[in-house]
Design a protein around this ligand. Sequence first.
Ligand code: NAG
Ligand code: NAG
Ligand code: NAG
Length: 481
Amino acid sequence: MSSLRFLIILLVLATNYFSRITTDAASSLPTLSKRRMNLNGVHLKFGAIHMPPFDVLTLRPDGNYTHTGSGIVVYSWLAAKLNFTFSYYFVPNAMTKAKYGNISEISTILNLMDDKVIDASAMGMIATPVRKKLVDLVYVIWTESFVMVVPVPGEEPRLFAFILPFQSTVWLLILITVITMVAIMSLFSKFYLKFFAKIIAGRNKLDPIPPRKETLFRLIINYAIYIINIMTNQGGSVALGVAITRLSFRVLVGVWLLIATVLVNSYSGTVISYLTVPKMKPPINTFDDLIASEDIGLVLLADTDAKTGPLKVLGDQMRSKPDRIVSNVPKLYKKLETEHFAFPFQKTFCQNFVSNDFKKDGKCRFKLTDPINVFGLWSLPLQKDSKYSSMFNIALMELWEAGIPSFSVKNAMPRADKCFAKTKPQASSRQIPIQLDDLMGAFFILGIGLSLAMFAFIVEIITEIKEIRRRCNNKNTIPKK
Ligand SMILES: *[C@@H]1O[C@H](CO)[C@@H](O)[C@H](O)[C@H]1NC(C)=O
Ligand SMILES: *[C@@H]1O[C@H](CO)[C@@H](O)[C@H](O)[C@H]1NC(C)=O
Ligand SMILES: *[C@@H]1O[C@H](CO)[C@@H](O)[C@H](O)[C@H]1NC(C)=O
């Protein structure tokens, strides 16, 4: 019992000792860095450009800008941490333009820092050898993968949707079938009229109508109308009485009715869904899709990543089309809003564009692609060889530990969850035309039927051969009525 009490006392002592060591270590670190991490109320100027949602500049009537965005939260936190005050220098103004000319806003910022007009850039920059030479790029201020913002694909025109239920080869075969049917029916009838009409009339008065002078042309017109009537489900009957008494003709018409049933029903069964279900143009999700697309082009923001940095290769290919590389964000927005361009950049920026556009009229006109295998690290640029660099380095690490960047960006962005909902791939519900293979059976039966009709026709000729021969010989001697 006493040994147990002794053990407990020992344990309590030990934990006390260890906790004292750890608290000493922890408290000694801030006191050490607190003295070093103090800018003693120095005033810093941050160059700011319009880069939503980080810095949102709105031009006021008086020529100044209203400034909002997530960046203010971040720099206010840093200012409190490092004991400095700060103000913004808005880059897009007449003075800087007159001084530096027609260059992109990022280049203007680099120039301003080189000329010691501003101390830092509010917008982070991706490190490149050229920028490293001009400015100090301290710790990461933003990091994200690249996506593309693309217009939501529109609908395919449905003007000719009614031909979609059949493959084009099916339509071709139907046309050939119709012509063949009319031709064979007309030829059979011409033959019946010439050689069998009188026989039947003479033998058992089956044909009440006296055989008129049916020209081949009249027969063709009649049968074409009949075939079309059947195909359009209007019904109809064979006008020529003598024809329908022959077995060969009955086989021919019978097999035609059979195939017409298959064709007409398979067409009318699916045509409604083709007419009513909108078919979307193929969506753009990768660079390959973009290359394949005819009406969507690529647009890049000058100097952020086009001349150097992660999208350099793309930028080099774009240099032949200077109108596709824009110098600032407002121009980029104007280009994107035409719905003819895709733009690759950090996800937050793209997401903000989609949400902003949604806010205007509640329509998702744009969407984001999947990440495109490019990852960006945006560092905080300070003047070259700035004496504050190491302090900002540590402060920025603590900023990330506190989760300030992602939290402030999330708060600064308008919501449009509807536009970012993942839609399931619609491969299963996609309509495909009825293939030739699907209808091969019907055409096969038509083929058999045609052969059968031909066979019956020949048998009929053979069985009546004597009569035919007699009529051929006496043709000219028979007096007309
Ligand atoms: C910030 O700097 C000012 C000016 O040097 C100083 O008076 C003040 O005590 C500093 N504040 C802190 C919290 O260190
Ligand atoms: C413009 O507005 C900022 C604050 O948004 C202010 O600090 C600055 O003094 C203003 N400049 C002019 C010329 O009014
Ligand atoms: C400056 O930019 C404008 C519009 O982007 C363009 O029309 C003009 O030609 C450019 N000027 C020079 C000197 O590059």
